[in-house]
Design a protein around this ligand. Structure first.
Ligand SMILES: [Zn+2]
Length: 375
């Protein structure tokens, strides 16, 4: 424990001033970025064991990233892949390996949609689209599914890192003595984005976090906030705070901006992109699928928590469902040694949504949804 604390302090010291200087130069948009986190160049992929199928073999010499439709063969499982198209698995094969019924075409006229029924809801893939739907909820894939010989195929990495986690039941967090770190975005000189009503993201995010804290405390969680006042906490310090709290889960709370577009609306939940997949959002940052970050150890739980949170938030608010997305540039996520997600609770650049978010009643709805997802 002492060694761990020492490590945390050293890490904090090493990055504190570069972060402060960086923040001063950059000026933050809605999501944190550029926070340095340890990067381990790929020597071995993280846990890629599909639950039903046993251990996989790990490919250590990764090719450079390849754009769709050919995903990089980052990992070879014992799953049978299409011999003419390595890196792809027939949806029917994936279904059979998971003891699910064969995929169905949705209905005449929608020939490019394929649905597989699972105990956790139906998963629908669309040929050529990176947006899959699980139980009716959008969830981004790394690669758009393809038809080979008339049969729908999906990238092997998507099968392992997107479909397989959602097929598993609830996330493995104990129901007692559990610790969550809530991270209200921005603070101090960093206002975040601002709304049509002139509300500041930093204030709305803090209010949301305090509301979630009050609810989760009655729900078996010990709750730690990265800030409880209007202060600027460096991104690396937010990661260290979760280490020091020995947190089981980290949830960063933000509001979004589509400026100058005033029509973007809705809620999005982000987690770190698994190794081998392209991100859903890159925001002009390098997106190298070969990188492994500390938080990649939690790919499976990240997606499970993100999906549950996103589902409850959209149910509670009836907001536009922006789905579960993945990004690699969010410094507050990728250095986390625990499951971690970042929620964008709506667009302050959208006048109608900003008006809603400005009300305490709506922020209470957002808070209750988060608490319900973590019951
Ligand atoms: Zn933000």
């Amino acid at each position: 424990m002492a060694a761990f604390a020492e490590y945390a302090v050293l890490k904090f010291r090493k990055w504190f001033w570069p972060i402060v200087a960086g923040l001063a130069l950059i000026g933050c948009r809605t999501a944190p970025d550029r926070a340095p986190a340890p990067i381990i160049e790929v020597v071995q992929l993280p846990d890629l064991k599909p639950p039903v199928l046993g251990q996989g073999r790990v490919e250590t010499n990764l090719p450079p990233p390849i754009l769709p439709p050919a995903p990089p063969p980052v990992a070879a499982f014992r799953w049978p892949t299409n011999s003419a198209h390595p890196g792809w698995i027939a949806l029917e094969t994936w279904s059979a390996l998971n003891q699910l019924r064969a995929p169905q075409r949705r209905r005449p006229g929608l020939e490019t949609f394929f649905t597989v029924s699972t105990p956790q809801g139906a998963v629908t893939l669309q040929i050529g689209s990176r947006i899959a739907h699980w139980d009716g909820r959008p969830c981004w894939l790394g690669y758009a599914p393809q038809l080979f010989n008339g049969q729908p195929h999906l990238a092997l990495v998507d099968a392992a890192k997107t479909l397989q986690p959602l097929l598993a039941p609830v996330p493995p967090v104990t129901r007692t003595n559990r610790v969550i770190v809530l991270d209200p975005g921005h603070g101090g000189a960093d206002n975040g984005t601002s709304g049509a009503q002139r509300q500041l993201e930093k204030e709305l995010a803090l209010d949301w976090a305090l509301r979630v804290q009050a609810l989760l405390r009655t729900n078996g969680w010990k709750v730690v906030l990265t800030r409880t006042t209007d202060t600027n906490v460096p991104l690396a310090a937010r990661v260290v705070a979760a280490d020091l709290a020995n947190a089981d889960l980290f949830v960063s709370l933000h509001f979004n901006s589509g400026h100058p577009n005033l029509t973007h609306a809705g809620i999005e939940t982000y987690c770190l992109t698994p190794t081998g997949l392209p991100s859903s959002l890159t925001r002009n940052f390098e997106d190298n699928p070969r990188l492994v970050f500390p938080n990649n150890l939690f790919d499976r739980e990240n997606l499970q928590f993100a999906f549950r949170l996103q589902r409850e938030l959209v149910r509670a608010t009836q907001a536009n469902d922006g789905g579960v997305r993945r990004a690699r540039f969010m410094g507050v996520l990728r250095g986390q040694n625990r499951p971690a997600v970042l929620i964008e609770g709506g667009y302050l650049s959208n006048p109608a949504e900003a008006r809603l978010i400005a009300t305490a009643a709506y922020r209470q709805k957002l808070a209750e949804a988060v608490a319900r997802a973590l019951e």
